[in-house]
Design a protein around this ligand. Sequence first.
Ligand SMILES: [Zn+2]
Length: 245
Amino acid sequence: MRRIQRLKLPSPTQKAIDRKQADADLKRVAGELNVDAEWKSARRTKPLKTALGVLQTMAGNRQRCMYCGDSHGNDIEHFWPKQQHPERMFRWPNLLLCCTECGRFKGKTLPLENGVPLLVDPTAEDPWQFLDFDPATGNIVARFDLAANDWTAKGTKTVEVLHLDCREAFAAGNQLTHRRVKSLVESALQQPAIDSDALMTALREADDHGLLGWYFSGTGQSIEPFARLRQEHAEVWQACLQSLI
Ligand SMILES: [Zn+2]
């Protein structure tokens, strides 16, 4: 899962979806809101098509799903499900890009604890604070929080809801990306000097599954060859880290 910077919507689009939310709120108060019908009809309009285009831009060239980072993201997803939270149906921060499989797994659920979501929102936080990658299996698992001496609750629920530790093709894709990224860093370490811009460009190109954050801000920084890059080329490491934020 990669950290995603949320872009701004063009101003007319933002105003248009704000109006749609205001209309939906009025209907809800009057007891006349049919959430599915309201969304279906809005989805065909230009503002929502523009919003989908901005989400695809945010997801990067390959327009991958923002949850798994593996399959093509083909539809707008409501982080807070629209049926239970119609007051967020047209709220821009609530809209993500998602693949069919993740959409099916998540369904209409959003696990909460004291009203706070126990699901990683990659547009709002660094997923690798809660998640870990297991190179041996290719699975994404919950991150162990040493201070709390437990796996992070948000990571545990995210893995459970999206089945991130039991999707075969997804795991195989992660492992392939891992091998590519590792071999780029190994080659760079054999050079007399490392050009951090060139390395980062190559790493981004190879990072098909959004694992870069795991190497630079997650637990991946302690495995080889990344640990060596961090220890022996601190300035390259910092430059790579900065370019990911
Ligand atoms: Zn997905």
